[in-house]
Ligand binder design. Structure first.
Ligand code: ADP
Ligand code: MG
Ligand code: MG
Length: 907
């Protein structure tokens, strides 16, 4: 039997591992090895594999220590030889100190924090003090070690409401002496701190701090393995769907010291700007510091480059003199080190062909690299880097596409505050980031007012401020730049509608009160006409007018989109109900409309009156009378939409919601309605009562309306076909697709299809012109999926209405799921909200089945999806896999879906 190799060493430009061994060595370990191989200076060390973590969980601590002992001892000798130092030195040579670092395949919060300076005890600290000639450094390292090891290995740290007991000791001394930073502690004070820290450990951990370096080492190694199964780590894995079998590696590495004095430093750097994507080296460092001091905020970090330093000083209002004296860049304070660091970052970026996020330490003028990885970035940076690297020949087209995260494109589609504007802006409140983008405008408190102001003067900018919004506010929301509400969550009416419109919205803002004419924040009142600004991406509310800039869809963004289209198989449509939305989506690259919800047009202006007349009608004749009034209005809408999507298919869904949605519930509006309709209030009330249903989502809606009141279908079919004929007569190329909603049996569809086709023939005759059109159905009732072969006999297309399909497959009412879904997600009963991420295991089976059965009957059946899922990347990938021709989503998600569709095809 061949021995399993459990330990991989690296150091002095050699390594047993490399970058491709990420699964075995973890991301950090694989890259430490790789950096050695390409000649980057890295302190020597070794990686214990992720497989050992799995063994540890099976066999337990003692057995695994035994299995590792031999290899680890050899690896330590390797490091000792490389560093010319001795682990647990008795004075014969410089003591070797180690860092012990966790490192899974993917970077994972919740894992053990790094322990630095391991190997120190009362003896080795003295030897280091003497041999380095720098006792302050020795005791500074020792106190750091006790605190880190005591915290992460022995569990002595802040718990619940108690403070970190080590920090309390430090604060006590610092307060007494009036020190601002740890750096000011004298040697004597550091020695006192060490003694006090040891007492803190024995008191809190119930045992003494371990003095034997080997005991310390095994303690830290096993603590890394243990951290794989902490609650935090398990929770994170569940959220990110990381398998528990992966395990973490352990990296043990010789220490290099950034805290040796003023010729030493530690820092982080990026090979390009992670927020803008600009190809400019940047980062921060601290002189005479160690580990995470830079990010911990104990001292003000300094910029690495002169340029970055000057930009920083300008923003912070610091004079050039003060900057140079107090906060010089690394380029100025250590020019040689800087030069080497610059070369290393260029080399690493080229080697990995991606932006690198680096950690480094300078020990007495010598540069050491401690980590490199592909850096996280904003949406804008992501796109810019992908295109610039492609144009530089660093990566190919496919890589450029695959490197962009579709969801992050969202950041690029909405206005943002200008940099200068936001710097001086005052934050008033913070709410939920309900719909992304930035907006500024004058406060208005009613939808009507918003509409009125903007109708009078298109240049006016208003922000609609409401306690909450309702469907009647639609037009005002349209007119406004953004919406601020006192109440409501991420799925409130305001939030959902705003996202659909691509309009910025902040909901549930903290500490605000909205009345009919006043917005109160922290005791201060704001009236109509006062300026406020909203950031719907962060939820922040600002006082006054903060200038916004509209992002450009040309440039790099346009290039990525073009590439996506080149490599995609599916195309993308949009869900749009108005000519305006259709145009927006068209500009975002939508090729057609996958769902046009006719009833969304019913609320606008006085249409609702005609709709209500129809609802109030006693009989068919009365309904027909009212429908006559609606016909020209609907026809006009369809003309607008077909025109905006000229040459592309437009799927129009016939009336779907239960009729009660068009009647008011409250007394006051009912009185108004009675007046408007010239009927008695009793009549209105009795109609509202008659329409009441126990379970309206499963009630009289969808094609059940069209099959009980065929005249509704007739009117809608006529409006659609007439609109198409009119446009065709003008030389345009409309492509209507009439969709029958909520079909469960083939008979339901058959009856509706006949009505539509009869009307179409009539219209063609009347107008003496013909257009091609399709009749199809939504697959949204499980029975329709199960009998898709029959249904396809009468459907030229299927559009998967995965919102209702999810609702009915899970049996979760979409309108009531808010009560339990969040809890289900929290408890891990569900991985995702199935209304956001398509449930491929359950609902997906129905989709697949319907695709298969539909094609059996009608091989050329047109297939698409129009549920909210059509803009969600993992669901888009699923649609590609099951062979849909297109996905359809809200206008502002069109670019996301285009990119996701291309990626699905490339993967
Ligand atoms: P994380 O995964 O949280 O980034 P790391 O293992 O990278 O943790 O360690 C955090 C920091 O500890 C590093 O950025 C570095 O400053 C310091 N560090 C780690 N190893 C060493 C070492 N061998 N010598 C000096 N400092 C180290
Ligand atoms: Mg960390
Ligand atoms: Mg790190």
């Amino acid at each position: 039997m061949t021995e399993i190799k459990r330990v991989y060493t690296f150091g002095n430009k050699t390594a047993e591992g490399n970058a491709s061994m990420r699964n075995l060595l973890g991301g950090k370990g694989a890259n430490l090895a790789e950096m050695n191989l390409i000649g980057v200076p890295v302190p020597p060390g070794f990686t214990i594999t992720t497989d050992v973590c799995t063994e540890y969980n099976k066999l337990g601590r003692d057995k695994v220590v035994e299995l590792l002992k031999n290899e680890v001892e050899k690896a330590i000798s390797f490091v000792e030889n490389n560093m010319n130092a001795k682990f647990g030195s008795k004075g014969e040579s410089f003591p070797l100190l180690l860092s012990v670092r966790s490192g899974a395949r993917v970077s994972m919060p919740g894992m053990m924090d790094t322990v630095l300076n391991l190997g120190l005890n009362d003896d080795t600290v003295k030897i280091i003090a003497e041999k380095s000639g720098n006792p302050k450094f020795a005791y500074d390292s020792y106190r750091r070690f006790i605190q880190m090891y005591g915290g992460v290995v022995m569990g002595v740290e802040a718990k619940g409401k108690t403070h970190d007991p080590f920090e309390e000791v430090l604060d006590e001394i610092k307060d007494a002496k009036g020190y601002k930073s740890d750096n000011e502690l004298t040697l004597e004070e550091l020695k006192q701190v060490v003694e006090k820290f040891k007492v803190v450990v024995s008191k809190n951990a119930g045992k003494n701090f371990p003095t034997d370096p080997w005991e310390q080492l095994w303690g830290a190694v096993c603590a890394v393995f243990d951290s794989w199964n902490t609650e935090r780590a398990i929770l994170y894995r569940r959220m990110e769907q990381i398998p528990g079998e992966w395990g973490t590696a352990v990296n043990v590495q010789a220490m290099v010291y950034g805290n040796m004095g003023d010729n030493s430093a530690t820092g982080v750097a990026f090979s390009r700007d992670a927020s803008t994507g600009e190809n400019i080296f940047n980062g921060e460092y601290l002189i005479n510091a160690q580990g995470e001091d830079v990010v911990a905020g104990v001292r003000t970090p300094q910029e690495i480059t002169i340029e970055g330093s000057k930009r920083w000083a300008k923003r912070a209002g610091i004079s050039e003199d003060e900057r140079l004296n107090k906060y010089p860049s690394l380029e100025e304070s250590m020019p040689l080190v800087y030069k080497e660091l610059f070369e290393v970052q260029a080399k690493l970026e080229k080697h990995y062909s991606d932006m690198q996020d680096l950690e480094f330490t300078v020990q007495d003028g010598k540069l050491w690299m401690l980590q490199t990885r592909n850096g996280k970035r904003t949406g804008a940076a992501m796109v810019r880097m992908a295109i610039e690297m492609l144009e530089d020949g660093m990566i190919d087209e496919k890589t450029a596409i695959l490197r962009c995260d579709p969801n992050k494109l969202d950041e690029l589609l909405h206005p943002v505050f200008s940099k200068e504007g936001i710097e001086s802006a005052k934050i008033l409140s913070k709410g939920l980031p309900a719909s992304p983008g930035a907006a500024t405008g004058k406060i208005v408190f009613s939808a009507d007012k918003a509409e009125e102001i903007v109708n009078n003067d298109k240049e006016q900018k208003v922000i609609l401020v409401r306690r909450e919004t309702s469907p009647e506010d639609l037009k005002g929301m349209y007119a406004a730049q953004g919406i601020l509400t006192e109440r409501g969550g991420m799925t409130s009416h305001a939030a959902v509608v705003a996202r659909g419109m691509g309009k910025c919205c902040v909901s549930s803002a903290a500490g605000i009160r909205v009345s009919h004419d006043t917005l109160e924040i922290d005791g201060k009142s704001y009236k109509e006409g006062d300026w406020i600004s909203l950031n719907g991406s962060t939820g922040e509310v600002y006082e006054g007018q903060v200038p916004t800039i509209i992002p450009s869809l040309a440039g790099n963004f346009g290039k990525i989109m073009e590439l996506a289209d080149k490599y995609t198989h599916m195309y993308v449509r949009t869900n749009a109900d108005t000519p305006h939305d259709a145009k927006v989506a068209h500009d975002f690259g939508a090729k057609g409309i996958g769902l046009c919800r006719t009833e969304h047009m019913f609320f606008e202006g006085d249409r609702i009156i005609a709709v209500r007349e129809m609802i109030l009608a006693e009989d068919e004749a009365g309904r027909r009378e009212a429908l006559k009034k609606l016909l020209p209005i609907q026809r006009g809408d369809f003309e607008g939409i077909f025109e905006a999507m000229d040459g592309y298919g437009v799927t129009v869904r016939l009336l779907d919601p239960p009729l009660h949605e068009f009647t008011p519930n409250d007394e006051k509006s009912q009185v108004e309605m009675a007046k408007e309709m010239n009927v008695s209030i009793e009549e209105v009330k009795s109609k509202v009562e008659a329409l009441h249903e126990i379970n309206p989502m499963l009630g009289h809606r969808g094609c059940r309306l069209g099959n009980t009141y065929p005249e509704i279908t007739e009117m809608q079919a006529r409006a659609i076909i007439e609109a198409a004929c009119n446009l065709k007569a003008k030389g345009l190329d409309p492509k209507p697709e009439i969709m029958i909603p909520l079909v469960g049996t083939v008979k339901e569809l058959e009856m509706q299809e006949k009505i539509v086709r009869d009307i179409a023939e009539k219209v063609f005759e009347e107008k003496n012109i013909k257009v091609d059109y399709l009749v199809g159905t939504m697959i949204e009732i499980p029975r329709a999926a199960l009998t898709a072969n029959e249904i396809a006999k009468h459907a030229e297309f299927f559009s998967f209405g995965t919102n209702d399909l999810t609702q009915m497959t899970f049996g979760y009412s979409r309108d009531d799921a808010g009560k339990f879904l969040p809890i289900y997600l929290e408890k891990g009963l569900l991985k995702n909200d199935p209304f956001q991420v398509l449930d491929q295991t359950g609902v997906g089976q129905l989709v697949e089945m319907a695709v298969k059965k539909g094609k059996e009957t009608r091989p050329d059946i047109k297939l698409g999806i129009c549920g909210e899922h059509g803009g969600e990347p993992s669901s888009v990938e699923f649609c590609h896999r099951v062979g849909l021709a297109y996905v359809s989503c809200s206008p502002f998600r069109v670019p996301i879906a285009r990119l996701a569709a291309a990626q699905a095809n490339l993967r």
